[in-house]
Design a protein around this ligand. Structure first.
Ligand code: DAH
Length: 331
């Protein structure tokens, strides 16, 4: 075999040896001895130099030097590569080829989504948002709202009592009183929140529900403003063709009072969604506003009722069962 052919053969053997190193069937030391050792393959080739005629020695020596340097370089690089992957502690490993862990995304509860939408609509027409206590005293939930003690209107509101003077609020109207006690008119507020009633539970009644209260106090506020505001909201919420009716009603804190019904296609009947009216002068007096100067309207929407109409849900109890199959529909 000529020297050239031998050089090629050693190159080829070296390549296979590096592969064996990478797949662990040979060690670094094995290869060092086999090729670079004193009796290794490269030394073997150099030994052949003396067989050559003097005229060929320089060029053959050059070839062998190149071979040695080249193999040494490949060997060093492979060794470095091996060290950089094997010398890391196990916890630093991250296998990027593993499939990802699926993360389940939650959804906004339909009641929250409905309240958010209501807030957006009313904020565009200048209503601020305020919140009040869910546990409140008799004065804020009843007395200042013109429910005298022992008045039969209190019976409308199946109250949960914490003690004689303290209740779980039966409506968000208590926030009206807190606001008016602390601010001078004019005011324009939206007050969303939870309310509680000890009622017989049915498809449209639950012991806990949500209301969005509104209060507008200024000079020269009339029933027309109330009606216009409520219709504006209904059209934004349910579309231009919403079928709604105003109906006279009674609340101690408004005079006159009304309720608004929306036609429920699913059940083929009217569904009451909001109580409203002009703020009763007695309420203004109880917070120190002069009813000869200030007028106002107020309303209290039932959020569950609106959500039921909007999302075509026929049972209020579904909102409170935390059933993922129900909630997932609101993605
Ligand atoms: N608070 C009433 C209820 O719980 C709803 C209501 C009626 C609120 C008339 C108002 C209002 O602000 O003016 O049924």
């Amino acid at each position: 075999m000529s020297l050239d052919q031998q050089i090629e053969a050693v190159r080829e053997q070296f390549r296979t040896s590096l592969d064996s190193l990478l797949n662990d069937s040979k060690s670094v030391e094995d290869i060092r001895i086999e090729f670079f050792g004193r009796k290794g393959k490269i030394a073997g080739l150099f030994a052949r130099l003396k067989e050559l005629p003097a005229s060929e020695k320089p060029s053959a020596g050059k070839l062998l030097n190149e071979l040695r340097n080249n193999l040494q370089q490949q060997f060093d690089q492979t060794q470095e590569k091996l060290e950089s992957t094997t010398s890391k502690p196990a916890e630093d490993y991250f296998d990027y080829t593993l499939p990802g862990v699926p993360v389940k995304r939650g959804t906004v509860h339909p009641i929250q989504a409905t309240m958010d939408e209501m807030k957006d609509i009313f904020q565009t027409i200048g209503f601020n948002v305020a919140y009040g206590p869910e546990i409140d005293d008799d004065r804020h939930n009843f007395e200042a709202l013109n429910f005298p003690p022992h008045h039969p209107a209190r019976d409308m509101q199946d109250t949960f009592f914490v003690d004689k003077q303290t209740v779980l609020r039966t409506h968000t109207s208590n926030v009206q009183i807190h606001l008016m006690e602390n601010q001078r008119p004019p005011l324009r507020y939206l007050m969303p929140g939870k309310v509680y009633r000890n009622e017989a539970i049915s498809f449209k009644h639950y012991c806990l529900f949500h209301q969005v209260e509104g209060l507008y106090v200024d000079k020269n506020v009339s029933f027309v403003d109330l009606k216009g505001t409520v219709y504006y909201f209904l059209q934004k919420m349910f579309g231009k063709d919403v079928k709604a009716r105003f109906r006279p009603s009674f609340f101690p804190f408004t005079e006159p009072s009304a309720e608004v019904d929306i036609w429920n296609e699913q059940r083929n009947q009217w569904m009451e969604i909001v109580g409203c009216g002009m703020v009763d002068p007695n309420v203004f007096e109880s917070v120190g506003y002069d009813p000869a100067v200030w007028h106002g309207f107020a309303f209290g929407f039932g959020v569950e009722r609106i959500a039921m109409l909007k999302y075509k849900i026929d049972d209020i109890r579904l909102f409170y069962q935390s059933d993922v199959r129900f909630l997932e529909q609101f993605k």
